[in-house]
Design a protein around this ligand. Sequence first.
Ligand code: ADP
Ligand code: MG
Length: 244
Amino acid sequence: MALLEARGMKKVFGKLTALNGAELTVQPNEFHGLIGPNGSGKSTMMKCIAGAEVPTEGRVGFDGADITSASPAERARAGMSLKFQITSVLPALTLYDNVLLALQGQTALSKLMFSRTRGLLHDKVMAILEQFRLVDRAGEHASALSHGQQQWLEIAMALAPEPKLLLLDEPTGGMSLEERRVTGELLAPIKSRCSLVIVEHDLDFIRDICDRLTVLDQGAVLDTGTVEQIQASPKVQEVYLRRA
Ligand code: ADP
Ligand code: MG
């Protein structure tokens, strides 16, 4: 059974139709890339999946339940986690406290239990920072990080609640080539624990880490399939050549 199934997604902003019947299916432990020209509706699709935008039409199924009318908080509790281009890192806090906050946000119960589970949370915070190669800097303010490191901290924070699905909208925006390469290395091990939907401009990057791709064009799916299928798709080539 698919983990995520978004069907017939339509989103209208006034006179503009941002999504026009777009679909997305993601299996458990699948890395799925969402690509397409600027303005093709990728971010709107991600927001409709996460509940940050309400689709005009369409249904979203997640982990066996219909979550079409669920709030972002309900979706988070069901196991969705997202990181958008807009930052969620609090620069005046240390890396440690940023991750701790991300963990505490998990459930009201864990907040109540905080004092009793402090030891457990400490180990979790350090393990997450370790995975993202930031553990040496746990006590520094997040504002001291480079742009790329801040992006990694945000991904670490999005993963802290152990989601079933992670949604990343252009996580490598503004990163150097080397930082992109490291981002790929940091994401690879999470595949055993969760699924990923990632929006990316960098086709080389997405090709290396994704199992399947969905290509949007003008708010609808142009094609979907394995990386190899999409690379060989004349429809996809046509759109990218047309826009190049
Ligand atoms: P992408 O992420 O693929 O570049 P978006 O989903 O951001 O595309 O945008 C798709 C279309 O919807 C664009 O034409 C964009 O200008 C429009 N759009 C997105 N969000 C809004 C909004 N909140 N209000 C009005 N138009 C929007
Ligand atoms: Mg976008």
